[in-house]
Design a protein around this ligand. Sequence first.
Ligand SMILES: Nc1ncnc2c1ncn2[C@@H]1O[C@H](COP(=O)(O)OP(=O)(O)OP(=O)(O)O)[C@@H](O)[C@H]1O
Length: 323
Amino acid sequence: MALLHRFGCCSPPSPLPPLSFQKSTSGSDSYTVSAFQRRVRYPRRFSSFRLTATLAAESPAGSVSDGGGGPPKLLMEVKDLTAVIAESGKKILNGVNLSIYEGEIHAIMGKNGSGKSTFAKVLVGHRDYEVTGGSVVFKGENLLEMEPEDRSLAGLFLSFQSPVEIPGVSNNDFLHMAYNARQRKLGQTELQPLEFYGHIRPILEMVNIKPDFLNRNVNEGFSGGEKKRNEILQLAVLGADLAILDEIDSGLDVDALRDVAKAVNALMTPTKSVLMITHYRRLLEFIKPTYIHIMDNGKITKTGDISIASILEKEGYKAMSTP
Ligand SMILES: Nc1ncnc2c1ncn2[C@@H]1O[C@H](COP(=O)(O)OP(=O)(O)OP(=O)(O)O)[C@@H](O)[C@H]1O
């Protein structure tokens, strides 16, 4: 009842815009959550990049490649991607090459500091990094020319290694607004608060999240594991053609890992793909990768199957060094 009451009293206005969270341009120590004219200021509590509510487009009906038995479609092609830290000019990505086809699960492993998270953040247009060369084609479009919001709408989702807290914004309001914004962009029906609750309830069950999570502010006071589950909840509610999961397994107990993996597997379809970054084989036992890539010094130096993870576990990264 408390949940229903909350929806009744605090539902956001409709129609709803995309939410974006950005550093104040006035130089003050605060962030702004903007939704058309609706602007709310929050104290500086989360990291210095622009977080865009992840909005993802569903694949249009009929685009399923397996239906007609045709060849798998190329979802994303990264060629010779190089990138530097915008502030310092330090080179982090040194020519990444990667092709992901629909329905594939790719895992990237690599030593600490090898550039895995940077690669993920560059793909979603993180403003801390500047692309200095190469190309990324996503669903036939030049991804690097798109704004972060448009990358989300095109079907890209990034779960952050360290999910940010958003004080003052409830999980429900965040998800509801982001969901409706996507619906509106796609010309589809927006959901009223109670309809949205009906939509999200089975998803909560799938991710094994209690409904009272919806009343809490986004990630505020969440344990590490709860934050990770919440990231998967966002993915499940908003959908994505390519979900990039950055160390989704870190800090999870074995039951939570199983829940998260189950949810990710349940979201997979022949047209959806996953790119996951992990240090540990145990995640790969739950979410079986099509390929494992090793990143070293800002580039992919080796690609193989699950056996790579076993070798790594036994022998470490020295076994991966190319002669
Ligand atoms: N915004 C930034 N400012 C300064 N240095 C950065 C920034 N982003 C990345 N780096 C540096 O770039 C290198 C690669 O970092 P990245 O987080 O991509 O590594 P990673 O492979 O994901 O590491 P880990 O496995 O420890 O998470 C590191 O040396 C890191 O300190």
